[in-house]
Every structure is written in structure tokens, then in C-alpha cells.
Design a protein around this ligand. Structure first.
Ligand SMILES: NC(=O)c1ccc[n+]([C@@H]2O[C@H](COP(=O)([O-])OP(=O)(O)OC[C@H]3O[C@@H](n4cnc5c(N)ncnc54)[C@H](O)[C@@H]3O)[C@@H](O)[C@H]2O)c1
Length: 252
């Protein structure tokens, strides 16, 4: 039997990169997948590419009103929500001295506010159906110091902490909802194009070792979405082929 048979999955920022990988792999495991994104053209193209049964919905995760509309649509269409992947995110490359208030607010609007809204709305709807899995996309930047992505690191740290707080809340209240975070190293997606490890500087072999593929993260989403991870909550999953415990490829 498929690992996610008939589970209803909403994945934010699903038009591209890690979200697209997760949507593709979860759909292949039998899930009913809803991709949400602000990029309407790409979102529609991605959902059509993955399969006829994959739904795209326009969704700005930084807007609470949009969350209400999208969750209502999911319930109206599918009757429940089993898995929510809070994946949408943006990055601004700026250190602590050069981060403007508007950089800070933009990154936190999508990453921190978007994940807060998602967790809150996800719990609200999953408690009705007896449980579910919420998967939050953090980063190595939520665990170690990346000097050039200050606001992003703060947001990913907040996502890590929100995950643990919400996981304990759900456990204490016997909601049957698991909440976990994923912490990828550098993965080849449009987000990091331009600041992957320098092949000339580090050598092709080392770059290959330290640059992941979207499916390296997508497979983790499948595991956390499935009942195979039924005893896993409040945990953080690092996917980085040692980058965080070696010199790594910290930008800058
Ligand atoms: N690629 C990496 O190396 C890496 C490493 C660690 C964590 N991450 C995290 O993984 C997640 C996915 O990143 P990616 O690398 O696939 O990037 P990506 O740019 O390919 O995909 C991000 C998607 O989010 C969408 N998006 C942006 N703002 C949005 C909003 N307000 N509402 C809804 N959707 C919005 C974009 O349109 C895009 O489709 C992000 O949270 C990112 O921070 C990525």
C-alpha cells in the first residue's frame, strides 16, 4: 500500500524547489496534494506537471485572510486536512549591520508570520478530525550562525522554537497532531542560485558532497507526513551531509 494513501496534504510555496519535490513525492505515495503559492503561473504549471489530481491554490502565507480562505477551500473540497507543510520562505542576503527594517519585515512576514498562521490554522482544523502532521521548513540557519542572512536566520530560529512549543502543546492536549521541523543545508533550488559553494574555490567533489538535491528533503517530508513517524514530534531533522558539523558552506 502507498505510504500516504488518501492523506490530504497542503504544501505552501509548492510551486518550486523543495515544495515541488515534496508535492511530487507525496503525490506518488497516494496523497491528495494541494499546492499553494503566490506565483500563480508557476504553481499552475507545477500542479499540472505533477498530476491531474494535484490542485493549485493562490495563497500568500503572510496574510491571515488568505489562510482562512485556503483552509476553507481545502475543507470544502476534501473534508479534512491530514498534513500541512509550512514550506514557503524568502531570503534576503544582508548581515546584521546592513539589514533594513523592510528586509526584516519581508522575511518575517513570509517565514515567521506565515508559519505561525499555518500552525495555528492547521491545529484548528486537524483537531476536528482527530490529528495530523505539521511539517515546518526551518534551515541550518535556524541552528548555527550564518553571518550574511541575519533576518532569515532569526526567522528560521523562530520556526524551530514554534515547532517545539506547538508540538508540546498538541501532546499535552492529546490532539494527535505532530509538529516537526526540517533543517536543510544548501539544496540546489532557485532560492540559492548564485550563492552555492564556489566550485573553483572548493573543488567539484566537495561541492557535490555539500549541495543537496530537492528530493533529499522531499523524502523527509514523505516520512514525516506518513504514519511511519507516528511517535515523532517536536523533533528537528538536519539534512546536510555533515555541513553543520564541518566547515560547511556558510555563505560569506
Ligand atoms: N534551498 C535551500 O538551500 C534551503 C535550505 C534551507 C531551507 N530552505 C527553505 O526551504 C523552503 C523552500 O525554499 P526553496 O529553496 O524551495 O526556494 P524556492 O524559491 O524555490 O521556493 C519557495 C517558494 O515559496 C513561494 N513563496 C514566496 N513567498 C510566498 C508567500 N508569501 N506565500 C506563498 N508562497 C510564497 C515562492 O513563490 C516559491 O515558489 C524555504 O522556506 C527555504 O527557506 C531552503
Amino acid at each position: 500500500m502507498a505510504r500516504l494513501n488518501d492523506k490530504v496534504v497542503l504544501i505552501t510555496g509548492g510551486a518550486s524547489g523543495l515544495g515541488k519535490s515534496g508535492a511530487t513525492l507525496m503525490n506518488a505515495e497516494g496523497a491528495k496534494v494541494i499546492i499553494s503559492d503566490i506565483n500563480e503561473d508557476l504553481g499552475k504549471a507545477t500542479s499540472a506537471e505533477i498530476g491531474d489530481d494535484v490542485l493549485f491554490v493562490h495563497h500568500d502565507v503572510s496574510s491571515l485572510a488568505d489562510w482562512d480562505r485556503v483552509i476553507d477551500l481545502v475543507i470544502e473540497r476534501f473534508g479534512r486536512l491530514d498534513v500541512l507543510v509550512n514550506n514557503a520562505g524568502i531570503v534576503v542576503v544582508a548581515d546584521v549591520e546592513n539589514t533594513t527594517l523592510s528586509d526584516w519585515r519581508a522575511v518575517h512576514g513570509v517565514g515567521t508570520d506565515g508559519t505561525f498562521f499555518g500552525i495555528q490554522k492547521g491545529i484548528g482544523v486537524m483537531r476536528e478530525s482527530g490529528g495530523g502532521s505539521i511539517i515546518n521548513m526551518s534551515s541550518l540557519a535556524g541552528l548555527i550562525g550564518y553571518p550574511l542572512i541575519f533576518a532569515y536566520s532569526a526567522s528560521k530560529g523562530a520556526i524551530r522554537s514554534m515547532t517545539k512549543s506547538a508540538a508540546v502543546y498538541c501532546a499535552q492536549n492529546s490532539l494527535g497532531i505532530r509538529v516537526n521541523s526540517i533543517h536543510p543545508g544548501t539544496i540546489a533550488t532557485p532560492m540559492v542560485a548564485g550563492f552555492e559553494a564556489d566550485v573553483e574555490e572548493q573543488g567539484e567533489e566537495r561541492v557535490k558532497l555539500l549541495l543537496g538535491e530537492p528530493d533529499d528533503v522531499g523524502h523527509m517530508m514523505v516520512y514525516l507526513a506518513s504514519d511511519e513517524s507516528k511517535f515523532v514530534s517536536g523533533s528537528e531533522f538536519v539534512i546536510d551531509s555533515t555541513a553543520s558539523i564541518t566547515e560547511g558552506i556558510v555563505p560569506g
